[in-house]
Design a protein around this ligand. Structure first.
Ligand code: ACO
Length: 437
């Protein structure tokens, strides 16, 4: 097949250029040959916030925001949420294929084997203020882990990468649970290797004086599904950070700390926390129309609504709504769910939301489930970070091994003053016959 190309005419010079189109994209560096007078630096593409710029080729996650499609390595997320476990999905993201039974067992055993933290990490957590946000503790402690594992710097050794990936997936829940217990002054509960990944996390969160913690199977499964739904989402803000930091060849613990810091923001992983606060502020179904009116007027944003990529229903939100029913059947109905359902109903029928193509995103219902299970709101972004860790690591590794990648370093369009000089220097330069303009 003949190569697909794009012909560009530069109306400044009348010159025509032909640039190849590959996989539906032109390469921005091909624009460099377009210069206004045939010399100097070439044309840049200007794209703040990467609205239409692909930063990598990736074989991990596919999203079609118009058609509400999300697939990990080709598998629809709905199928994975119903028929697989979070650790299988983590394996899939990292290795590209679902594990066979032997691989599955080895993977689960290896992760279970790495759940403990070095005792000095406990001392580090102890040093945080009693009301420290657990996401702040997570960002700090996951970064600190890089000092415990200097071998993590061997990023081009496959065996080292494998080990750090196991450590990170295994230790994130332990860091998260320890951070939560620090806030309430409870002694840390150590991992229980008899339990599943999600079940053990519930154990580390809530084990008190009982000899053995037994997680409720419905809540355990609900948490596992939520982790699956958060496991990857192609080039979102935190993943972009993970890749960018990884491109400087930092170790994966440092890169994960940076990605988690991005996730902390209220426009990203912090949104589920904001949703719950918002539902609390609305307080009752009757006040929903008034709240939506304030959103329409531009006074506020409806948290948990809207997405950079989905201009239709976020497929994860559909699955989560169903999980919410299962969880609330165990924990008892939440008045917040009634407010959320009414908010969704009113918003989806409202011109503003229709015009702006705003639909519930993954965070709209996840907070209700987390709260029903018993997690404090501060833990919501932390839960998101646990789920997203395999995705971050898969993307980090893919970027690192991609021969087309280099250190991430965007260009800019400079808008500041032209060259100028400090007053004294100007006089001196003027005296020496130099223009200081
Ligand atoms: N409520 C009200 N209006 C909104 C909302 C919202 N939640 N989201 C977008 N809009 C409006 C904007 O005001 C803007 O309107 P205008 O064109 O009239 O000025 C238009 O829709 C486009 O909004 P942008 O901010 O340009 O869209 P962008 O793609 O940059 O933002 C984002 C996406 C950040 C998710 C946004 O929709 C938002 O702030 N949502 C609320 C926070 C949230 O739920 N974040 C979680 C995202 S999912 C995740 O990270 C897991």
């Amino acid at each position: 097949m003949a190569e697909e190309t794009l012909t560009i005419t530069d109306n400044r010079t009348g010159r025509r250029y032909e640039v190849p189109i590959r996989n539906g994209a032109i390469s921005a560096t091909d624009l460099q040959k377009i210069t206004s007078n045939g010399s100097g630096s070439g044309l840049l593409s200007y794209d703040p916030a990467f609205l239409n710029t692909a930063s990598c080729r990736s074989a991990i996650t596919f999203i079609d925001g118009e058609r509400s499609i999300l697939r990990y390595r080709g598998y629809p997320v709905e199928e994975l949420a119903e028929h697989s476990s979070f650790l299988e999905v983590a394996y899939l993201l990292i290795h590209g294929e679902m594990p066979d039974p032997t691989q599955r067992q080895q993977w689960v055993d290896a992760i279970t084997h790495h759940t403990l933290l070095h005792e000095n990490i406990k001392k580090l957590i102890d040093g945080f203020h009693h009301d420290a946000h657990p996401m702040g503790i997570l960002v700090g402690t996951v970064g600190a882990l890089s000092t415990f594992y200097p071998d993590a710097k061997d990023i081009f050794k496959e065996e080292s990468r494998r080990l750090q990936i196991l450590r990170l997936i295994a230790k994130m829940p332990t860091l998260a649970a320890f951070a939560a217990r620090h806030a309430v002054g409870m002694p840390y509960a150590y991992p229980d290797n008899d339990l599943s990944y999600a079940g053990n996390f519930l154990n580390m969160m809530w084990k008190a004086t009982e000899l053995k913690y037994e997680p409720n199977p419905v809540l355990e499964r609900a948490l596992d599904v939520l982790l699956i739904l958060h496991a990857d989402h192609e080039q979102n803000c935190s993943t972009n950070v993970m890749r960018a930091v990884g491109s400087a060849h930092a170790d994966p613990f440092s890169a994960t700390a940076a990605a988690a810091a991005a996730l902390y923001g209220p426009l990203h992983g912090g949104a589920n926390e904001q949703v719950l606060r918002m539902l609390g502020e609305i307080g009752s179904i009757n006040r929903v129309p008034e709240y939506v009116k304030r959103v329409r007027s531009g006074e506020l944003r409806l948290m948990g609504f809207g997405h950079r990529v989905y201009k239709n229903y976020d497929p994860r939100a559909q699955i989560i709504k169903k999980v919410a029913d299962d969880v609330l059947a165990v924990t008892g109905r939440s008045p917040l769910l009634d407010i959320a359902l009414e908010l969704e109903r009113v918003a989806l029928a409202d011109d503003y939301f229709i015009k702006h193509r705003l639909y519930p995103n993954v965070d709209f219902y996840s907070g209700i489930i987390y709260a029903a299970i018993g997690f404090p709101v501060e833990m919501f972004p932390v839960l998101f970070a646990i789920g997203r860790t395999p995705g971050w690591l898969a993307q980090w590794q893919e970027g690192l091994l991609d021969p087309e990648q280099k250190i991430a370093r965007p260009r800019q369009v400079y808008t500041g003053p032209p060259e100028r000089h400090l007053p004294g220097i100007r006089a001196a330069k003027a005296g020496a016959g130099t223009s200081a303009g």
